[in-house]
Design a protein around this ligand. Structure first.
Ligand SMILES: NC(=O)c1ccc[n+]([C@@H]2O[C@H](COP(=O)([O-])OP(=O)(O)OC[C@H]3O[C@@H](n4cnc5c(N)ncnc54)[C@H](O)[C@@H]3O)[C@@H](O)[C@H]2O)c1
Length: 324
């Protein structure tokens, strides 16, 4: 065959954020062309997001578009190329803040998702990967949670928007044949983690000798997923072609009790945590626990980073960040 082969081109919404920027790194390494759509939302310091993607500025395979996914007309104007896949990660994240600003969450997470689906329909982009969340399960005693569990009981506006995103995806998949893969991420952690998330706050405060805030008695359980495992699951989903609509858990299939997490961090950091206790927060679920059988079957997903290895890598990153 002669001539230059066309590169695969993907839109990554939220590409300057925690998960998005890792995906950008990996896809550029793999030779993809990447268009980042991000409005550098003020949910946390936009400078962190600038830094996340700074090394790609000037890379001809990487285009950064500062745009808000709420504005479909503008997306039509600024996204004029041909694209093979949309990976839709942009969202207002976080359970607790969604209780304070439910309408904004609805605007960004639901209307924004529908805008991207409309855009995919108009541009005939046939593959759409959506960042859903373990929070859709709400308070569900049937652990580990499987995707066949149809009785979703979200207990926060954020979780509700993610259920809605999954359902909107079904509509567009059914009507227009867009392949829609919703990945339900279970607490993702690792370098560049959002500063509002517990692991980040714990490490940061413990290193500075400040107390950490624990809501409830510390018995809550979380299934944690290391960022590298999440990125592999997204990349495989970008190529998945067996069925037109899937919802898939991406977790560790292992729960960690909050007090155990704190003990592990104490061991790694060599620091005794000073704990400030507050009552449980509305919207927080007592446990998350992923059944990952479906991800194994469909995506050959196999999480490869243990919580201890992942926490060690995360702590290294925080320390090197502080040194800079
Ligand atoms: N991190 C986790 O543990 C976790 C767990 C479950 C689901 N998720 C989902 O994964 C996705 C990525 O999460 P993250 O942790 O990387 O969060 P993040 O906040 O670091 O990234 C989200 C990005 O979206 C951008 N954004 C927000 N509103 C926008 C708008 N209106 N227009 C354009 N861009 C906008 C933000 O600026 C940010 O860069 C989100 O959809 C989140 O809900 C994350």
């Amino acid at each position: 065959m002669t001539g230059i082969q066309k590169k695969h081109h993907t839109i990554i919404t939220g590409g300057a954020g925690f998960i998005g920027s890792h995906l950008v790194d990996r896809l550029l390494d793999m030779g993809w062309q990447v268009t980042i759509v991000d409005n550098f939302d003020r949910f946390y310091d936009p400078l962190i997001k600038e830094k996340n993607i700074s090394k790609h500025i000037g890379n001809l395979n990487c285009r950064l578009i500062k745009a808000d996914i709420r504005d479909l007309d503008n997306l039509r104007n600024v996204l004029a190329d041909e694209y093979d896949v949309i990976v839709h990660l942009a969202a207002k994240a976080g359970v607790r803040p969604s209780i304070l600003a439910p309408l904004e969450y609805q605007e960004v997470n639901i209307k924004g998702t529908q805008n991207l689906l409309e855009f995919a329909k108009e541009k005939e982009i046939s593959q759409f990967v959506f960042a859903s969340s373990s929070s859709v399960y709400g308070v569900n005693q049937n652990v580990p949670w499987t995707e066949e569990d149809h009785v979703l009981m979200p207990i926060s506006p954020y979780a509700f928007t993610k259920v809605s995103g999954e359902l909107l995806g079904h509509v567009y998949s059914h009507l227009y044949g867009i392949r829609f893969i919703a990945l339900r991420f279970f607490t993702v952690y690792g370098p560049r983690q959002r500063p509002d998330l517990a692991i980040y706050k714990f490490v940061d405060n413990m290193l500075r000798g400040e107390p950490i805030t624990v809501y409830g008695d510390g018995a809550t359980k979380r299934d944690y997923t290391y960022i590298d495992d999440v990125i592999v699951s997204i990349i495989v989903s970008m190529r998945y072609n067996q069925t037109t609509y899937e919802v898939i858990n991406i977790g560790g299939n292992h729960t960690v009790i909050l007090t155990e997490l704190i003990s592990s961090l104490e061991n790694i950091l060599g620091v005794k945590a000073k704990i400030k206790r507050y009552p449980e927060q509305p919207g927080d679920v007592p446990q998350t626990y992923a059944d990952i059988g479906k991800a194994k079957r469909l995506l050959r997903y196999m999480p490869s980073t243990s919580i201890t290895a992942g926490l060690n890598k995360f702590v290294e990153w925080v320390k090197s960040n502080q040194r800079k």
